[in-house]
Design a protein around this ligand. Structure first.
Ligand SMILES: C[S@@+](CC[C@H](N)C(=O)[O-])C[C@H]1O[C@@H](n2cnc3c(N)ncnc32)[C@H](O)[C@@H]1O
Length: 238
């Protein structure tokens, strides 16, 4: 299954923007990886490179690789990059492979693009070093229900069917991960701020307050989603 996501305008308009989700992902990584260690870090579907640029200030001894299918985003990522330990390039996760292993791999907002999660997830785990950690940020279902969602954003000039809103159940994904010999833990992520609806681009995520003070996260596809930060590794506590 090819992963297609054309919702890239928001990154190009705000190249220095770092989201609360990315900040939380960086906290999750730096809680697990000591700042004086060195190694290789990969960001799959790195977009404009914000995660790697910010993480490189915390884990200074690492080399960084980031790839994305979008030539425009990689061009912008390379323009913003001043660090010679960072390498951004255009690549399709469906066809790319590496002849080296990574100590840290990140995939934020990427897994839900796929309509089959097993192939990409197994491939990403095969790129990990023995003590490596895979960090995934994205939508998962705490109830044991898997969904496969395609949307067509008709506010775009060239509207086509796209992935990005699919959500697999935590149970399905963790069972698969354990079968491959890895452990995982899922930490729920709720944006700490209210996110307004974007009238120009209805597919963007926004929040609504519930009467009990909780927030729900939804989008113009009328899909309510739970977001999680997932840590996967061979020796992590669950
Ligand atoms: C939701 S965005 C997330 C971007 C970034 N990781 C973040 O968290 O801000 C998904 C990214 O995946 C990229 N993408 C989509 N399909 C891809 C593929 N087949 N190979 C590599 N990147 C892909 C898109 O271009 C986009 O930058």
């Amino acid at each position: 299954m090819r992963a297609i996501n054309r919702q890239i305008d928001v990154y190009l308009k705000n190249p220095d923007r770092i989201t609360f989700k990315t900040k939380e992902l960086i906290n999750t990584i730096t809680n697990k990886v000591k700042s004086d260690t060195s190694g290789e870090c990969l960001d799959i579907g790195c977009g404009i490179g914000g995660l790697i640029r910010n993480l490189s200030h915390k884990l200074k001894k690492y080399n960084y690789t980031g790839f994305d299918i979008s030539e425009d985003l990689i061009k912008a990522a390379n323009k913003l990059n001043k660090n010679e330990k960072i390498n951004f390039f255009v690549g399709d996760v469906n066809s790319i492979d590496f002849d080296k292993k990574f100590n840290i791999i990140c995939a934020s907002g990427v897994l839900s693009i796929f309509q089959e999660f097993e192939v990409p997830l197994e491939k990403w785990l095969s790129w990990l070093s023995d003590d490596g950690l895979l960090f995934i940020a994205g939508r998962f279902n705490s109830k044991n229900v898997d969904t496969k969602i395609l949307f067509r954003n008709n506010s775009k000039k060239k509207a086509d069917w796209e992935g990005g809103l699919t959500s697999y159940s935590i149970n399905t994904v963790s069972t698969f991960i354990r079968k491959l010999g890895f452990n995982c833990n899922f930490k729920k992520f709720i944006p700490p701020i209210r996110i307004k609806e974007d009238m120009n681009n209805p597919i963007r995520t926004f929040t609504r307050d519930l009467k009990n003070g909780e927030k729900i996260v939804l989008d113009g596809g009328n899909i309510v989603a739970e977001h999680f930060l997932v840590t996967i590794g061979k020796n992590i506590e669950t």
